[in-house]
Write a protein that binds this ligand. Structure first.
Ligand SMILES: NC(=O)c1ccc[n+]([C@@H]2O[C@H](COP(=O)([O-])OP(=O)(O)OC[C@H]3O[C@@H](n4cnc5c(N)ncnc54)[C@H](O)[C@@H]3O)[C@@H](O)[C@H]2O)c1
Length: 153
């Protein structure tokens, strides 16, 4: 399975999912699309996928010129439809992890993104099942060892 995944990466046939299209997620999505991958970005804030698709600015430092060609060429798409997680081979999770009152990372955004992805497939029992054969990489900041627990919660 790993071999076929690596072959898909090598040939740029792998589709990359980016969950959370903020200051970390949007540049990552653009970078992977520029590198030749098909990228699908997911966000619960409908304004962000709409802005990406329509070429409207929503982050001060990243202008639509940086991604519009990629959208037109079909290499970058953005959506609130988490059922499209089924289309991806790898997922980068880039949702907020603010510190709570006890100065511990608040993982509720990570847990909620896992729940949304999981709910997209009726028979799925976990985030991993809802993204068959997918590789998952966290790019949010959280304490060591906390992420896998929250994804399968
Ligand atoms: N910005 C930085 O310079 C930086 C640097 C290092 C690490 N980080 C870490 O990267 C992570 C993301 O930071 P950021 O600055 O991009 O945050 P951000 O607030 O700019 O973007 C987060 C995005 O996630 C979306 N989101 C929230 N809950 C979601 C869910 N359940 N499903 C899908 N999308 C959801 C939000 O709508 C938002 O668009 C954080 O953990 C942060 O600590 C950020």
């Amino acid at each position: 399975m790993l071999k076929s995944f690596l072959a898909k990466v090598e040939s740029r046939e792998a589709t990359v999912g980016v969950v959370g299209l903020g200051y970390v997620g949007l540049p990552l999505a653009i970078t992977f699309a520029r590198a030749g991958f098909k990228v699908i970005g997911f966000d619960i804030d409908a304004r962000k996928p709409a802005c990406i698709q329509d070429g409207r600015c929503y982050l001060e430092l990243i202008k639509p010129e940086a991604w519009m060609d990629l959208v037109k060429e079909g290499r970058l798409a953005a959506t609130t439809d988490f059922s499209r997680c089924r289309e991806v081979d790898a997922v980068l999770v880039c949702v907020p992890t603010p510190l709570n009152e006890s100065r511990e990372p608040d993982l509720s955004f990570v847990e909620s993104s896992a729940r949304l992805a999981r709910s997209c497939k009726r028979a799925a029992t976990s985030f991993w099942c809802s993204v068959p054969n997918a590789r998952i990489r966290a790019t949010h900041s959280s304490a060591t060892g906390t992420s896998p627990k929250s994804w399968v919660a």
